[in-house]
Design a protein around this ligand. Structure first.
Ligand code: KDG
Ligand code: MG
Length: 402
């Protein structure tokens, strides 16, 4: 089954998405997400200039071989641009394999290991009253897990607090906007928020929080310790994770579970974190970690060390990535949680999909392949708009992690 065409489609139905569509001689085609928020066109160029020409004429059924060919064959390994491009090819090939087999991809990955995929939503508001009503809204929809982000007194904006009530979109301008950050204000405020939320909602609702790479290990240790009474499901990205051994320090001080991985591209980014049991949830994704093939390798390693999955599912990961993630989630033994930030109606219209939400769970659907498509005619109505993620500075002007 030869590949006869591969096309990169860029569209902005509410936000930018890059999609790879691979067509075979039999007429069966597959889709893969290639979106790298704020750096979309770098992946478009990598795919169109370097990858697509190498795909034409190859056998679409040889998923592992093509993965190795693109990874080892480039000589330059790893990195978000390369791995997002490889992920798009890999995802599209799994979609094709499922369609050819007449089976949903999760069946090819071993079948269901659970009935539904437990998801968490994003409750956020600048102030406490708004936050309570957001959390109640999610609980009413059936969510069992909610991520809590809130404004910090003294800071005009912070990560995770939306301007739009329903859809959080941090890539808010063509060139980066700038935020101001204070670790001291943050560390003093956050435990008071969780104390009130836990008191209000009782012990059963799973509560999560994203630190978004802003602390040092000892600061993260203090935060984790101060949050222990409120029983968080996880504290996410407490520190920038280039220094994997830095997590040892956090671990020595707190039992608050740790989740990390949304910016990881390969198993080498988390090998030490997993094998030294320095984390509890690995949040790598299909689109940024080399596709279904490589993500499964990461989750398999994690399973040996009692680390569970907790995949990233922000709105900048397209419905194609979400569909692929759900086939993985439903089939692996060590599934933990799946993030589910809802897409805008325009996005859902451009990407019709079989997955659906019910009572706190997502279900991948039973269509052959991934059960997701791109409507190219509709996609063409939404041209690309440059958008960048913000940059963060401390109050004295020093550039800080965002
Ligand atoms: O593109 C960056 C976003 O996906 C990221 O900021 C969202 O941290 C995030 C999350 O956990 O969803
Ligand atoms: Mg995050």
């Amino acid at each position: 089954m030869r590949i006869i065409d591969a096309r990169v489609i860029v569209s902005c139905p509410g936000r930018n998405f890059v999609t790879l569509k691979i067509e075979t001689e039999s007429g069966v085609y597959g889709v893969g997400d290639a979106t790298l928020n704020g750096r979309e066109m770098a992946v478009v160029s990598y795919l169109t200039e370097h990858v697509v020409p190498q795909l034409i004429g190859r056998d679409a059924s040889r998923i592992s071989d093509l993965w190795e060919y693109l990874y080892k064959g480039a000589y330059w390994r790893r990195g978000p641009v390369t791995m997002t491009a490889i992920a798009a090819v890999d995802t599209a090939l799994w979609d094709i394999k499922g369609k050819v087999a007449g089976l949903p991809v999760y069946q090819l990955l071993g079948g269901r290991a659970r009935d539904g995929v437990t998801v968490y939503g994003h409750a956020n508001a600048a102030g406490f009253d708004g936050l309570l009503s957001e959390i109640s809204g999610y609980a009413d929809l059936g969510y069992r897990a909610v991520r809590i982000q809130t404004g910090i007194p003294g800071l005009s904006s912070t990560y995770g607090v939306s301007k739009d009530r329903m859809f959080y979109e941090p890539a808010d301008a063509a060139l980066p906007t700038e935020n101001v950050w204070s670790t001291a204000r943050y560390l003093n405020h956050i435990p008071t928020v969780f104390q009130q939320v836990r008191a209000e909602f009782g012990p059963d609702l799973k509560l999560l929080h994203d630190v978004h790479h802003r602390l040092t290990p000892i600061e993260a240790a203090r935060l984790g310790k101060s949050l222990e009474p409120y029983d968080l499901t996880w504290m996410e990205d407490p520190v920038p994770a280039e220094l994997q051994e830095g997590f040892r320090l956090i671990r020595q001080h707190t039992t608050t579970p740790i989740a990390v991985g949304e910016v990881f591209n390969t198993i080498w980014d988390c090998q030490q974190l997993i094998t030294e049991q320095l984390i509890d949830y690995i949040r790598a994704t299909v689109v940024h970690a080399g596709g279904i093939t490589h993500l499964r390798r990461i989750f398999d390693l994690a399973a040996l060390y009692h680390v569970r999955s907790g995949s990233h599912g922000a709105t900048d990961l397209s419905p194609v990535c979400m569909a692929a993630a759900l086939h993985v989630d439903v089939s692996i033994p060590n599934f933990g949680l799946q993030e589910y930030m809802r897409h805008t109606p325009e996005t859902d219209e451009v990407f019709p999909h079989a997955y659906h939400f019910e009572d706190g769970y997502l279900f991948p659907g039973e269509e052959p392949g991934l059960g997701v498509d791109i409507d190219e005619e509709k996609a063409a109505r939404y041209p690309y708009r440059p958008a960048s993620l913000p940059v963060n500075r401390l109050e004295d002007g020093t550039v800080h992690s965002w």
